[in-house]
Design a protein. Structure first.
Length: 579
């Protein structure tokens, strides 16, 4: 309040001074009417405004825009005509957490360890050590220690933010920093645990040893950190849900380094990097066939390649499921491996019972894992059209991983499927702030405006600006994804729905001429937008056969509503074992 700043899950929301003062007044009186006269006295004390009404209306409108609120369907601010405004939801106060005491749950972030070798090629090693320490700490005592997930932690790589800034942004109690040095076969890891409240060092030490000792070193660091946090000090190490602590992931150091290099490349997210990552994972497995995390990572990579259409989905999933099964067979305690296997049961043969069984096991092993929560939403809840539960699960994943772009993007998609288009646009705006070059915020926003236009078209009063925004956002998504044709079909659908038939046909022609693999749903969506229903159903049928994952939300898609009564739609549901 003193700084005049508004945050949403750690992300700062821009809001002007007068609008912030309106918000402050409403928060001080939640559930009560704050009159226009009271707001005038607070915003413009001892001043006379001849146009006070317009000034206040503008301040409130800008506040609603910042909150993603709507005057017609308010979630936060209700207008009482000629009287004032009322804040609709409950309000609670909190402060930056004080130093936690024994018995309280502490919150920690492990910042990306610095690569002190001077060799950029060793970056994978410092990132890998960071990742493993996060995994061990998160799984050690989840009831006592909440650990920010690695995706969010990696956002601070190379950041100039100090400990106090990070503490305020993520509301953590402790920050763990470190650096990794390496000379030949020897490695050194220096760490320091800093208490956010006063920025005092709670613990600092340098660990040195041979590369083959890296697993023991990582476990020692995790144990030392928990010993110096009051909430976890003096407790016996509990059984670790992820199954990684206090044991080696592999006896082969070279296999481990190949795995780390694969993980490092996997994070890049490009087809070229994915191909190299696959080679590293395969090399790790060749050196150690019982390296469970390498099998899991390779399975996850195949899943992504099939989902995005970088491989024919049916081929990708057939290859990937063998590694998912092997990972679980080697180590049944890997929660994330069970979640990945659950996804493959959905992808390979629409085996929903098996998918639910594996996801239940994953949740049993690690209920708090953002990875597991995220997969539960998209694998089990979303295909069954349990959208409120899916949204809640994604929001739960974001609690410990608030800066995860993929997860935040899926929250926007879940809101689209729940038909909450205004909030989906709001989430897309947050994602764009987080990842300015990402195509996904534009994709989400384009769908929201296209469906708004379609709904109003049915009602007989379509807004041309909705159509223009829909097409512009879809074009931007395509523009930002030059290595993929994933978004082209959705652009064609928007063009067709918005009456721009010649442009939609041009997209169809572009898809037909592409030398890359094209997901069948891309063709189906363009034909659907053009009103060519027979052709659309032919391609939808291929999408089901090809295991094209764009067909999975079939029970939820609003643009499928006009064809739901067609007997061919029921046939699709039966093939997917959903009807």
């Amino acid at each position: 309040m003193a700084a005049g700043e508004l945050y949403k899950r750690g992300t700062k929301i821009g809001v002007r001074d007068k609008s912030f003062q309106v918000l402050a007044s409403l928060l001080e009186h939640p559930g009560e009417v704050v009159s226009r006269e009271e707001l005038q006295r607070r915003l413009w004390p001892d001043q006379v405004f001849v146009d006070f009404d317009n000034n206040l209306n503008t301040a409130v409108a800008r506040l609603r825009e910042a909150l993603g609120d709507s005057p017609e369907h308010p979630r936060f601010i209700e207008t009482l005509p000629k009287r004032g405004y009322r804040f609709l939801v409950s309000v609670s106060e909190s402060e930056l957490p004080k130093d936690p005491v024994a018995g309280a749950r502490a919150k920690l972030i492990v910042l990306p360890f610095l690569n002190l070798t001077g060799d950029p090629a060793q970056e994978y090693l410092s990132d890998g050590i960071t990742d493993e320490i996060i995994t061990q700490l998160a799984a050690s005592r989840p009831e006592r220690l909440a650990v920010i997930a690695r995706t969010t932690a990696m956002h601070f790589k190379g950041s100039q933010k100090d400990v106090s800034q990070i503490g305020r942004k993520l509301r953590v109690d402790y920050v763990l920093e470190g650096g990794v040095s390496r000379i030949g076969a020897r490695i050194g890891v220096s760490v320091q645990l800093i208490r956010v409240r006063d920025q005092m060092h709670a613990f600092a030490r340098k660990y040195e040893g041979e590369l083959r000792d890296i697993f023991n070193m990582q476990s020692s660091i995790a144990d030392a950190v928990t010993a110096h946090i009051p909430a976890t000090a003096g407790k016996c190490r509990a059984g670790v849900a992820g199954g990684l602590t206090n044991r080696k992931l592999t006896e082969d150091t070279r296999a481990y380094h190949a795995y780390l290099k694969g993980r490092y490349l996997f994070e890049r997210g490009t087809p070229a990097a994915a191909a190299k990552a696959m080679q590293y994972f395969e090399n790790a497995i060749e050196r150690d066939p019982k390296f469970a995390p390498a099998h899991m990572a390779l399975a996850d990579l195949y899943s992504l390649l099939g989902y995005l259409g970088f491989m024919r989905p049916k081929d990708a999933y057939a290859a990937g499921i063998t590694h998912a099964l092997r990972a679980v067979e080697i180590d049944d305690t890997l929660a994330e491996a069970h979640a990945v296997l659950s996804e493959f049961h959905k992808q390979v043969d629409y085996n929903w019972l098996a998918a639910e069984r594996e996801m239940a096991r994953a949740l049993e092993l690690n209920l708090a894992s953002p990875f597991v929560k995220f997969r539960n939403a998209i694998v089990v809840l979303m295909p069954q059209n349990r959208m409120n539960e899916a949204v809640a699960e994604i929001e739960g994943a974001l609690e410990l991983d608030p800066l995860a772009g993929l997860t935040r993007g899926w929250l926007g998609i879940m809101l689209l499927l729940a038909r909450d288009y205004d909030r989906a646009i709001d989430e897309a705006r947050d994602l764009l702030d987080l990842e300015p070059t990402s195509s996904w915020p534009h994709f989400i926003t384009g769908i929201a405006y296209r469906q708004k236009y379609a709904d109003e078209l049915v009602a007989g009063s379509p807004k041309p600006d909705f159509a223009a925004k829909a097409v512009a956002e879809h074009r931007k998504a395509v523009e930002l994804s030059p290595e993929s044709d994933l978004f082209l079909g959705w652009l064609g659908l928007a063009l067709g729905v918005c009456g721009r038939r010649s442009e939609a046909k041009a997209v169809l022609d572009q898809l037909q001429r592409s030398e890359r693999y094209i997901l069948p749903s891309s063709f189906a969506h363009v034909h659907l937008g053009l009103g060519e229903i027979d052709a659309a159903f032919e391609w939808f049928d291929r999408a089901v056969e090809e295991r094209d994952q764009m067909i999975i939300p079939i029970l939820s898609y609003a643009h499928y509503d006009p064809i739901r009564q067609d007997p061919r739609f029921a046939a699709l549901l039966r093939k997917m074992k959903l009807g």
